[in-house]
Design a protein around this ligand. Structure first.
Ligand code: NHO
Length: 357
């Protein structure tokens, strides 16, 4: 049996528990057992014989029977289990990410959609990689890039089989994909930029403050993750990132003020769009990974309508790997945001570990 402890039971964590619960109840031979849950205030640990938590009532049990969150006792409980344990980090906490070396020391495998450990401090990233190799622990984080799309596993396979990666580029943000798919098109339909951002916010596609999508940081983190995987020591502070939040709006206190003021910049965005459209092109926000030189970047570009990045729908992601074996790029495309697909990416990582333990 593989024990699972989940830190973070919000949107993605709850969906993961539903997916796991359905799998466990439908498969008598399932090897997964959820034995510990934790959110920012409470934690729920199973008993001393490490039996499964009752997944039909976990929400109530966590709030009614849970004790105050304590990362050390949570990790110790998992690490003392008689069979292998995986800790899943479904938070966006830097503090939890900083604890991965400790998790590995304690003998735990890690799965995470949290991008922080893999895209923040390079020293932390290297420490995690080195410790995992030394202690023979598995770290999987497929859903940090492209949600459940097989982006990291494909790249890992290309690297392992010694293909030469020439360039990786893509539309890595579901939110920015939606915004520009709606805003910049050649079918003559015109919508105001601020209106589209408003709809994206109302539909829950954006972060609570849409500036956290428009500033490019989320895409930058994904570019850093892919760059480090191909062996480049890239960091957020050295990567050129085009922040498309108009400068005067960056310092506004609240998302509400930002949304109200964004209308003043509709003309500015429309001008950019018209220039592109006049050349039969559309605007797209892309990330570029340059494994050979120093041209990795995150930017808004104009692309001709024949380009594969211009045919996306909704909040889809697209990632193109140009390699020695794939001079005509290997392309991965599909839903790149949302709880269902993100949880799927985590779930598939769990199988990769359970198959090998
Ligand atoms: P929530 O709903 O805020 O839940 C966070 C949970 O963590 C809560 O239970 C909270 O109590 C707990 N928590 C926070 N700090 C804690 C601490 N110190 N100790 C213990 N518990 C703590 O967040 P989500 O939406 O469930 O996201 C969880 C993680 O998945 C985040 O790291 C997020 O970045 C990552 N993730 C989410 C998505 C998504 O679609 N929601 C995606 C990828 C990764 O594919 C997605 C994506 O990239 C979307 C992106 N915005 C785009 O492309 O447009």
């Amino acid at each position: 049996m593989v024990n699972i402890g989940i830190i973070g039971v919000g949107l993605v964590g709850s969906e993961l528990i539903s997916q796991l619960s359905a799998h466990i109840s439908q498969n008598e031979t399932s090897t997964f057992k959820i034995i510990a849950l934790m959110n920012s205030t409470k934690q729920l640990l199973s008993n001393s014989s490490y039996s499964s938590l009752d997944l039909s009532s976990w929400k109530n049990d966590l709030s009614a029977k849970g004790t105050t969150s304590n990362l050390v006792s949570f990790i110790n409980y998992l690490s003392e289990a008689p069979t292998p344990s995986i800790v899943i980090d479904n938070t966006s906490s830097q503090e939890i990410a900083n604890s991965y070396p400790l998790f590995i020391e304690k003998g735990l495998h890690i799965v995470a959609p949290n991008k922080k450990a893999f895209s923040s401090d390079l020293k932390l990233y290297k420490e995690i990689r080195e410790k995992a190799t030394e202690k023979k622990r598995f770290i999987y984080h497929e859903s940090t890039v492209g949600a459940g799309l097989p982006v990291l596993s494909t790249l890992t396979d290309l690297i392992r089989t010694k293909d030469k990666i020439i360039k990786i580029e893509g539309i890595f943000s579901g939110t920015l994909s939606y915004i520009f798919n709606e805003f910049s098109r050649l079918d003559g339909e015109k919508k105001k930029f601020s209106e589209i951002v408003k709809i994206a916010k109302e539909n829950g596609y954006t972060e609570p403050d849409p500036r956290d999508d428009l500033n490019g940081l989320d895409v930058a983190r994904k570019v850093v993750i892919l760059s480090r995987l191909v062996g480049k020591d890239l960091s957020l502070d050295t990567l050129p990132v085009e922040n498309i939040v108009p400068e005067p709006l960056r310092t506004l206190d609240s998302a509400t003020e930002f949304m109200a003021s964004l209308t003043e910049y509709d003309e500015y965005f429309e001008k950019l769009n018209t220039t592109a459209n006049n050349n039969q092109q559309v605007l797209r926000y892309i990330g570029v990974i340059d494994p050979i030189g120093d041209k990795s970047e995150v930017k808004l570009v104009s692309l001709p309508s024949s380009h594969p990045f211009t045919a996306l729908k909704g909040s889809d992601n697209i990632i193109a790997f140009t390699t020695e074996r794939f001079p005509s790029p290997l392309i991965i495309q599909g839903a790149g945001a949302g709880a269902a697909v993100t949880a799927f990416g985590i779930f598939s990582d769990l199988f990769k570990i359970s198959d090998r333990t």
